[in-house]
Design a protein around this ligand. Structure first.
Ligand SMILES: [Zn+2]
Length: 456
């Protein structure tokens, strides 16, 4: 489609941040919306069919403004920067409605904060609609990532899209959304089942008074000596695959699977599934509501500015007085890596280094989505304030502290290492389950346990 050289007019997009309303915004999952909802809320004016309507006024939504290049044909889209921090612009999640049947449109996302991107490797935006509620990738042949002279020689993402149905809401996102409400519903669904080996506590409240959940999964009646494994996720709110991995791990640990039962007998899992609920709710990419990258605050968190980290750090330190914390793993997603991998801490002796590498090796053997070969031993001074570095030093467990990074895009095809296969929610859930199985295998190997795991 031909691009037009000048912008005709621009629209501001309804967003949580721009609503002049003191009452808390309604939390709604994207699939709960319909056209009549929109009209009832007054979010849309009656326009002629084909003049697209944009909004992001739902949980984790993000779109700032739209320049109409040519009404009905071409639109330039701008991401809203993280709240109180204009440096980060990557996550987007918005709804388009009022399309005509078979209307073909060119969208361009113009203001990403970084140039390096998996879009160069073939990643594509994802889409779902009212009648097709499962996320799908837009075919990569319709997606272009390039330096645009029309946008001041910056890198932009253009994609063409055919609206094949009328009266549908179409949602577009950077990656598979997983909201604060999704987590609360998941945890509530577990609580009502009253598993004797599950406990949910309120660790504390965020700046905007959302819940910080602390989960314990273990066989409370087992008298076997136990190790503790601490897991955290979503310190970076746009890194939604981390939540799917955490979700997959929790589901596996609570299951009837015989290996899950074995794990519960010898391990206490302490899981904080969402470290930055405010950022997740607001649709930020990296920061908290106050604009802090919380994964640089672990060394000296302030309870007024970073209560999420102060609470978590204090909780882990207190726990270590009575329990043997053996592992700490922080779950993330990577916006430029084509496979999933781990950052590990630099440790002194070669025998300790060997031990550090056992878990990533075991995960590599189980999970096609994960590459041991991409393990990165990291001593970057810029990462001093991260959870992996700080908790490793404070608890003296640096050799077992990891940042697990899931690619936003792909894994290597096991039968052809030159091919990249796009990841979906189910891959991430499966990776979580395989992380659980890798822990069991770790203890079988290192502690001469009688537990036996079959080959994959
Ligand atoms: Zn991250």
């Amino acid at each position: 489609m031909k691009a037009h050289p000048h912008l005709q007019h621009s629209l501001s997009v309804p967003n949580f941040q721009t609503q002049a309303n003191n009452s808390p915004p309604t939390i709604a999952l994207p699939h709960a919306h319909s056209m009549s909802d929109l009209n009832a809320k007054g979010d849309t004016k009656k326009k002629k069919k084909g003049d697209l309507q944009f909004r992001a006024n739902f949980e984790s939504g993000n779109l700032n403004k739209v320049h109409v290049v040519q009404d009905g044909f071409e639109y330039d889209l701008y991401i809203r920067p993280d709240t109180n921090n204009a440096n980060y612009r990557l996550w987007y999640y918005f709804c388009v409605s009022n399309a005509k049947k078979n209307q073909r449109v060119l969208f361009t996302i113009c203001n990403f904060s970084k140039q390096r991107s998996l879009y160069r490797q073939g990643m594509a935006p994802i889409v779902k609609s009212t009648s097709r509620p499962h996320w799908e990738c837009i075919p990569s042949k319709q997606v272009y990532y390039y330096k645009s002279y029309r946008h001041g020689k910056t890198y932009v993402l253009s994609f063409s899209f055919l609206f094949d149905q009328e009266d549908e809401d179409y949602y577009f996102a950077y990656s598979f959304p997983y909201t604060y409400t999704d987590l609360q519903r998941f945890l509530h669904g577990i609580e009502v089942k009253q598993f004797p080996y599950f406990r949910r506590e309120l660790l504390g409240r965020t700046v905007q008074y959302r819940r910080m959940d602390l989960l314990t999964i273990t066989d409370f009646e087992s008298t076997a000596p136990k190790k503790t494994i601490a897991i955290t996720a979503r310190i970076h709110p746009g890194e939604t695959p981390a939540s799917y991995v955490c979700h997959g791990l929790i589901s596996f640990l609570l299951s009837d699977h015989s290996f899950a039962k074995m794990l519960r007998e010898i391990v206490v899992f302490k899981i904080i599934p969402m470290l930055n609920p405010d950022g997740v709710f607001l649709g930020n990419y990296r920061c908290s509501s106050m604009g802090y990258d919380l994964n640089r605050q672990w060394m000296n968190p302030a309870s007024w500015a970073h209560p999420e980290i102060a609470l978590t750090r204090e909780c882990l330190l207190k726990m270590s007085e009575t329990e043997e914390i053996d592992f700490y793993i922080d779950l993330h997603s990577h916006s430029t890596a084509t496979s999933s991998f781990m950052f590990v801490n630099l440790v002194d002796s070669s025998s300790t280094r060997e031990e550090t590498l056992i878990l990533p090796k075991l995960l590599d053997m189980r999970a096609k989505e994960f590459q041991f070969a991409d393990t990165k031993c990291c001593k970057d001074p810029l990462k001093l304030g991260t959870g992996r570095r700080t908790i490793g030093e404070l608890l003296k467990i640096a050799k077992h502290c990891y940042t697990l990074e899931m690619s936003f895009y792909s894994y290597l095809d096991p039968s052809d290492a030159t091919k990249l296969v796009p990841l979906n929610e189910f891959n991430y859930l499966e990776l979580g389950k395989n992380l659980g199985l890798s822990f069991l295998e770790f203890y079988r190997i290192t502690q001469n346990s009688s537990f036996f795991l079959g080959k994959k």
